[in-house]
Design a protein around this ligand. Structure first.
Ligand SMILES: [Zn+2]
Length: 435
């Protein structure tokens, strides 16, 4: 009984303390979010029901127009960046500049992986609070969360304490070509900003956020040897052949890089023989060879994923050293693709931002927020700006499961929670003296 009493006492005390952590203004922000949640859910339903598969340019624009209207209502200046130059719909940018406070970039995307021919098109409620719908989780839910948070700031006359740029990308799921043009304006927005916040669903859990994401890059290894009759292999004038040399290189990669923390590399395709052809577009390869010919050519293509530019550079150097140490009469070249996604490095600033966000979550009585292991999170749009800002966090959008599948489901109960945490984060960032 005493134990129960103590437990009750502690629980009540905890709730009381948690409530008391909120300043008067913050309580008003919480109330605003609660008052607007129903409107936000209606908006989510509207945008989920509009197909905006990346290649449905009209649909992506249509979703953009709806958000453009909402941001105009909040007093933002709205701009549509056309995507003709990179073969996509384009991006929506909504800006509200203030003379004081930090410059904050909020990142979302308008497109989904579900094109008009997908069987998955409609918003549908399950069990009262779960919604099954294309993009509900990834990431129209996140787009609505940021709007709901900004609306709360606006209603409490707090929007002029920060400068905000909302960047809703139109081609996140499959970036336009060339990538550089598709990401150009986002990169520029990152250069403008002090802080970047991404509303991707992350791992779909309320208690996690991303402050580090791995970047990825492709590589191609080409190896040559001297073709000869197989009976002559290892003779001083013939050497080891291209296939043995490739086996050496890949094995060395494995031995020297396999233990590197949070780093992975993977040979995805290999072809070797007397002659090899490889088509980059179709990723198909053909090889011709014979059992009695020392191999002349090998091609291997693969990717690598690293948590920081530093790690990417360092591992590339190790790979370059390995390919130079050739077996007799073989040569190897290794090239890296330049259109990869950059990593989002776990910086002190990012850790600080997560600590702030986690504290807010606790003050709101939603418990702490932990960093997602970068091993489990791929690149996202925030990776293109993370290097240029002092602080960055991502994955604080909608909760749910099944993203990118027809099982995609989002939890509506998360919507006001995430919006409250975001509103308070923006507010507390506006109070920081360093900006
Ligand atoms: Zn997404």
């Amino acid at each position: 009984m005493l134990r129960l009493f103590l437990l009750l006492f502690c629980t009540i005390n905890y709730v009381f303390v948690a409530e008391a952590q909120l300043a008067k203004t913050e309580k008003k922000l919480v109330r605003s979010v609660d008052q607007n949640t129903e409107m936000a859910i209606d908006l989510l339903k509207t945008v989920v029901n509009i197909n905006s598969g990346t290649f449905n340019l009209k649909g992506v624009r249509q979703v953009g127009e709806i958000f453009a209207r909402e941001y105009k209502d909040l007093g933002f200046e709205v701009q549509w960046i056309p995507g003709d130059a990179f073969g996509r719909a384009g991006h929506l940018v909504a800006t509200k500049i203030s003379s004081k406070g930090p410059k904050i970039l909020l990142i979302g995307h308008l497109d989904t992986v579900f094109e008009p021919d997908s069987p998955f098109q409609q918003y549908e409620i399950k069990d009262g609070h779960m919604i099954h719908g294309p993009g509900a989780l990834d990431m129209k839910g996140g787009d609505v969360i940021m709007l709901l948070a900004l609306k709360a700031l606006k209603e409490n006359n707090l929007l002029d304490k920060v400068s905000v740029k909302v960047f809703l990308v139109g081609d996140e799921e499959l970036s336009g070509n060339p990538l550089e043009l598709s990401k150009k304006d986002l990169v520029e927005a990152g250069k403008w900003a002090d802080i970047a916040i991404g509303f991707e669903d992350g791992d779909g859990k309320l208690e996690n956020a991303n402050i580090s994401r791995r970047g990825s890059a492709d590589w191609t290894l080409k190896v040559t040897g001297i073709p000869a009759h197989s009976s002559q292999i290892f003779q001083p004038e013939i050497g080891a052949g291209a296939i043995f040399e490739t086996a050496r290189i890949l094995n060395e990669f494995y031995k020297k890089l396999g233990t590197e923390v949070n780093f992975t590399f993977n040979p995805g395709l290999i072809s070797g023989g007397n002659s090899v052809s490889y088509n980059v577009e179709t990723q198909k390869s053909e090889a011709f060879g014979k059992n009695n010919i020392v191999s002349k050519e090998v091609i291997v293509t693969g990717d690598m994923r690293a948590v920081s530019k530093d790690q990417l550079e360092r591992t590339r150097q190790i790979m370059m050293e390995i390919i130079r140490d050739n077996y007799p009469h073989t040569t190897a070249t290794l090239t890296f693709g330049d259109d990869g996604y950059p990593p989002m490095t776990m910086t002190e600033g990012n850790k600080q931002l997560l600590a702030m966000y986690s504290k807010i979550s606790e003050d709101l009585d939603y418990g702490p927020v932990y960093p997602v292991n970068p091993r489990n999170s791929g690149a996202a749009d925030i990776s293109f700006v993370a290097d240029d800002v002092k602080m960055a966090i991502d994955g604080i959008g909608m909760c749910g499961t099944g993203g990118h599948t027809i099982e995609e489901t989002a939890d509506l109960n998360c919507l006001p929670i995430e919006a409250k945490r975001t509103a308070l984060l923006l507010y507390r960032l506006s109070l920081l003296s360093e900006f």
